[in-house]
Write a protein of this length. Structure first.
Length: 338
């Protein structure tokens, strides 16, 4: 067991202090970012990649400022940045560090997976320190990764070498990882499931249930924080609430990151299906329904007021999730009495 305060301990404390299980995804889609921000970026840097960097940073910083009172975490998605090269990388780094300075927990949503030695570099890059120049006496040194987050998302397909590298870094740093156990996307996952099945057996049980039983318990070993929860968690989409209930029975101390609330049609009740009997164990992670709320029914505002719309959407999401948790606990209590 990790002895000092770890990622999961900080997460539990933040959730209890803020009374919120909300994590806002930072997904800067160029076409959806308000036009006033685009005009401002062009006025400074022209129609250049440097302007894209400025655009993404300004958008994300205003979103972070808008949601920081109702969210406990943010989740910048690497996929929206990587295609812009250097300026995309810098925007990602600056946004991540800004969110940390604001006191939010940051989950790097990169979903990597690979074998050694790449596995170790992915894990160190998102969670730890990188090899650096030797000191004056020729001894090796390290430097904090500029994109080091509090936790990261990761694939599971690559097997034990990848899982081991990830777990080793989690244990060494006291940071966290969420393995993609059940994506929020409906359909289109036959190839993904086929690649996972080589780590499971031929059975009537779905691969994710077998994986939870046979592998997740081993992967989580030695990663528990002071709260008793593991620092290796699972991505369990809010679009699959029944699966979340099943996985919770198998993995009572594995925290769930649950994307899919909002634009993927999952409800607050769906998103909290995996909570335990104390109402803990879930971090709900809507993205577009919050950050682009200014274009969504119920929150429509002029583009200049996108941040105010995001703040309102975050507050509604937080309250809806809290009420959903209370309903679930109430229903469980009544079921036990009967």
């Amino acid at each position: 067991m990790v002895q000092s305060e770890t990622f999961i301990d900080r997460l539990v404390h933040a959730i209890q202090e803020k009374r919120s299980v909300l994590c806002v995804g930072i997904d800067p889609q160029f076409d959806s970012i308000p036009e006033p921000l685009k005009r401002e970026a062009i006025s400074r840097y022209g129609k250049t990649l440097r302007a894209i960097r400025h655009l993404f940073e300004e958008f994300a910083k205003r979103i972070i400022h808008a949601v920081e009172f109702d969210a406990v975490a943010v989740k910048p998605n690497w996929g929206f940045f990587v295609g812009y090269g250097y300026h995309g990388f810098r925007a990602y780094q600056n946004i991540l560090q800004y969110a940390q300075r604001q006191g939010l927990i940051v989950i790097a949503d990169g979903k990597p997976g690979d074998g050694p030695p790449t596995a170790q570099y992915y894990a160190k890059g998102f969670l730890g320190e990188m090899p650096f120049w030797p000191d004056g006496d020729g001894r090796p040194t390290t430097i904090r990764s500029p994109i080091r987050a509090d936790a990261m998302t990761a694939q599971v397909e690559l097997g034990e070498p990848w899982w081991d590298a990830l777990r080793d870094e989690v244990v060494a740093t006291g940071r966290g990882a969420f393995l993609m156990l059940r994506s929020s996307f409906r359909g289109g996952w036959s190839g993904h499931e086929s690649s996972i099945q080589r780590h499971t057996t031929i059975s009537a049980e779905p691969w994710w249930e077998q994986f939870a039983q046979s592998h997740m318990k081993k992967i989580c070993a030695d990663t528990a924080g002071k709260t008793g929860w593991y620092n290796v968690g699972a991505v369990v989409g809010a679009t699959f609430p029944r699966e979340a209930e099943t996985i919770r029975k198998i993995l009572p101390k594995v925290w769930f990151l649950t994307p899919g609330l909002g634009d993927q049609k999952a409800t607050a009740d769906d998103a909290v299906a995996g909570v335990d009997d104390q109402g803990l164990g879930v971090l709900a992670a809507p993205s577009r329904s919050v950050i682009y709320a200014y274009m969504r029914e119920g929150f429509i505002r002029p583009p200049e007021e996108f941040a105010q719309a995001a703040a309102a959407a975050a507050r509604v999401a937080r309250d809806a999730l809290n009420m959903a948790i209370q309903r679930r606990l109430h229903d469980r209590k009544n079921a036990t009495v009967r």
